[in-house]
Design a protein around this ligand. Structure first.
Ligand code: RUB
Length: 337
């Protein structure tokens, strides 16, 4: 029995899910928000083309797609939370006895709901965040965060005049994308090398970055180098703002679970030919790092602006946890359902 026949979906659907997984892995689709939205589209594709005739085979397909997409970017909690959001709704519906056509419709609706709420969250964050930008500000940003860019674009739209220092963000140079996008909004932007961040920091008014994950203790996982920038900002008494939708908050970190930091291929840092010249030299290429809560002034979410230490409250509200209640364990266990 071929894999596709076992999973019950057509070779075409199987290939398009594998292509989506490859696009996320290779970073043709990248940035936490975009990854989350693309992942639920995988479920949509599956639901539209599924040939499953009974709920059991449909749920098997759903689990297969979930497994293929889940580990494409291990650090991206947005990806896991987006997939879980859809799977949870479909699982609940299947347990309540809905038939396969109803499950397909619920899959599509849940995926669309997720995408809509994600876009809506970014819009709200940009409105809240834009109020923090002042005329004359020099803002530093790192990597390419759609949320950070939305905040800055909204501030510009509201008539604020400010400029931006964008780090180039080696090894993948996402800073170039950021510089291009900001320029297209008419925001003056200067591209700097990552190691110039501390050199420029005394002139900076605010740091604005995005997040891949926010932990229950308010630490932020974002592109490698974010923590160095936050440290330089602390030294220069520059405030650090993080824009993050609440689905980037990680429930499993409440019990001390660490966020896995994705290690990317060596040739992103050192092309294959250069590796031959440096035989015996190892390359380490972690894609993200952890900025502790003490180095962050505020996290801007769609529900409002919070001190990082209040991240646990966001999770408590989101998942209905109470002190001493059993809901925490239930949430964590259900994550793996
Ligand atoms: C992107 C990155 C971004 C966050 C937030 O890393 O670190 O700052 O994902 O992005 P990569 P957004 O390029 O490795 O995906 O605000 O768009 O969700």
């Amino acid at each position: 029995m071929s894999k596709c026949a076992f999973w019950g979906f057509s070779t075409m659907t199987h290939n398009s899910i594998l292509k989506l997984a490859e696009d996320i892995k290779s970073m043709r689709i990248r940035g936490a928000a975009e990854i989350g939205r693309a992942a639920v589209e995988g479920f949509e594709t599956m639901a539209i083309s599924s040939k499953a005739e009974d709920t059991e085979s449909y749920m098997k397909e759903l689990d297969s797609v979930y497994a293929i997409l889940l580990n494409t970017r291990p650090t991206a909690v947005s990806l896991a939370n987006a997939l879980r959001y859809v799977r949870h709704r479909v699982t609940k519906a299947s347990r309540s006895g809905m038939d396969v056509d109803e499950l397909k419709a619920i899959t599509i609706r849940a995926a669309q709901d997720f995408k809509r709420s994600s876009v809506d969250a970014v819009r709200k964050i940009s409105e809240i965040g834009a109020k923090r930008i002042r005329n004359g500000d020099l803002i530093m940003t790192h990597c390419n965060s759609s949320v950070a860019i939305s905040i800055l674009a909204e501030a510009k739209k509201n008539g604020k005049e400010f400029s931006v220092l964008a780090t180039e963000t080696r090894p993948r140079f996402q800073g170039r994308l950021t510089a291009k996008e900001l320029s297209s909004h008419g925001i003056p932007v200067t591209l700097i090398i990552d190691s110039a961040a501390r050199h420029f920091m005394p002139k900076v008014d605010k740091v604005v970055v995005g997040a891949d994950v926010v932990t229950s203790n308010g630490a932020v996982v974002n592109k490698i180098g974010t923590s160095q920038i936050a440290l330089a900002a602390k030294e220069a008494r520059v405030r650090v703002f993080v824009g993050a939708e609440t689905y980037k908050f990680s429930p499993s970190t409440v019990l001390g679970e660490l966020v896995e930091i994705e290690e990317r291929p060596a040739d992103e840092v050192l092309p294959k030919r250069a590796q031959e010249d440096l035989k015996g030299v190892k390359v380490a290429n972690p894609a993200f790092d952890v900025t502790p809560a003490e180095l962050i002034d505020a996290i801007i979410t769609e529900r409002g602006i919070i001190p990082p230490q209040a991240s646990i409250l966001v999770l408590m509200e989101e998942f209905g946890w109470s002190i001493g209640g059993e809901e925490i364990m239930k949430t964590i266990v259900e994550e793996d359902v």
